[in-house]
Design a protein around this ligand. Structure first.
Ligand code: GDP
Length: 398
């Protein structure tokens, strides 16, 4: 049991939001598969290994339904936060938006933007949560990425940035062209391979990349400067510009795939890491000290009952450190609480940790009085985190 250090720049606290049936659960499961057992990806031939793995995991009752599941991608720590997608849980969704820094919005490529996607999208707008879109179910008959992108603009009032083109359609959907890097990623019997853009798509890909650059340049000065010079931005320059406009919630990159057929999730994860904020990007510029050097402030956002561990309180730490065994103040109730064991929940394991720092999301065992929406802090520095006020960090009460 060692103290943990999280490089905050490499943390992504994200939620998945979707209309019911768009494929939120399937996408989350695939994310956990690819991130949790990435060392086994070489063994995945036609996707059945992924499905077998997930069936086993489900039979064992793993914690993919955990309020926050930690996984890793490309050297980054991803905390996948469960936000109920059903409209009845609107209040819960709002609470979670305070806890997550960015989100993946999943759409059904046939149905496009559905009423409930609109509701959740507007909440995310209200709280300024940067989003990337995943147009799922590209394998279905009638799947239409471009129609869905048009709906994201028309119905949601967003500026969609199409960063991929599908290769093949419906049952023949086999991969995507990455318009930023101008490379193809194709799923086949041997897994995922990176290839040249198929010749039949080269012209369309160039045209669409040009449009992508224009759209981003209109929102981003450094890219506009390049554009006016007539220079073709490199993949790195374009990535950086897309990240800036996404973080500003001025635009939203759009990815596509078929989670069910195990196609498209790895590029989506690359997009999460590239374009969505770290905890340091949220409220950046407001802090005088690193958040970890400030007194403890943590928000309880979900209580769950674990079969083995009993009552678990999921908290997001905004500043300071939370230590196992420490006594803290529940500033809403004005009562002391003792921190029991601390866990990071993974898809197929839980990791006991001695302490956790700012930006992190962990499960706490042993809290008796704390309920959702309440703040834990140091007795000497009482604060109340305003759970509905995103992203203003802290309101002092004393
Ligand atoms: P949720 O309600 O948003 O969590 O949606 P689910 O992940 O439970 O998926 C709803 C249904 O759509 C299930 O029957 C899935 O098997 C199916 N589904 C999910 N992803 C895909 C996909 O990429 N292609 C197809 N054809 N079906 C999918």
């Amino acid at each position: 049991m060692t103290a943990t250090f999280l490089d905050l720049v490499k943390v992504r606290n994200i939620g998945i939001m979707a209309h019911i049936d768009a494929g939120k659960t399937t996408t989350a499961e695939r994310i956990l598969f690819y991130t949790g057992v990435s060392h086994r990806i070489g063994e995945v031939h036609d996707g059945t290994a992924a499905l077998d793995f997930m069936k086993q995991e489900r039979d064992r009752g793993i914690t993919i339904t955990s309020a926050a599941t930690t996984c890793h991608w490309d050297g980054h720590t991803l905390n996948l936060i469960d936000t109920p997608g059903h409209v009845d849980f609107t209040v819960e969704v709002e609470r979670c938006l305070r806890v997550l820094d960015g989100a993946v919005a999943v759409f059904d490529a046939v149905a496009g933007v559905e009423p409930q996607s609109e509701t959740v999208w507007r909440q995310a707008d209200r709280y300024g949560v940067p989003r990337v879109c995943f147009v799922n179910k590209m394998d279905r008959a009638g799947a239409d990425l471009h129609r869905c992108v048009a709906m994201i603009a028309d119905r949601l009032g967003a500026v969609p940035l199409l960063v991929q083109l599908p290769i093949g359609a419906e049952g023949g959907f086999t991969g995507v062209v990455d318009l930023v890097a101008m490379r193809a990623r194709v799923w086949s019997g041997d897994g995922l391979s990176v290839r040249d853009v198929p010749s039949a798509l080269v012209e369309e890909a160039r045209r669409r990349r040009g449009r992508l650059v224009e759209t981003v340049a209109e929102l981003d000065e450094p890219l506009m400067a390049l554009y006016l010079e007539g220079a073709e931005p490199s993949a790195e320059q374009l990535h950086a510009a897309i990240r800036r406009v996404t973080l500003a919630s001025a635009a939203t990159p759009v990815f596509c795939g078929s989670a069910f057929k195990n196609k498209g999730v790895q590029p989506l994860l690359d997009g999460v890491v590239r374009y969505l904020p770290s905890p340091l990007d949220v409220g950046a510029g407001q802090r005088e000290r690193p958040p970890e050097d400030e007194p403890l402030a943590a928000l309880a956002f979900k209580i769950m009952s674990d079969r083995h561990l009993g009552r678990l309180t999921f908290v997001r730490i905004y500043s300071g450190r939370l230590e196992s065994g420490a006594t803290v103040l529940n500033s809403v109730k004005g009562r002391r609480e003792r921190i029991g064991k601390l866990y990071r929940m993974h898809a197929n394991a839980r990791e006991e940790i001695a302490s956790a720092g700012a930006g992190d999301i962990v499960a706490v065992m042993g809290l008796k009085r704390t309920t959702t929406g309440e703040t834990l802090c140091e007795e000497s520095h009482p604060v109340v985190l305003e759970s509905m006020d995103f992203p203003a960090p802290v309101i002092e009460v004393a």
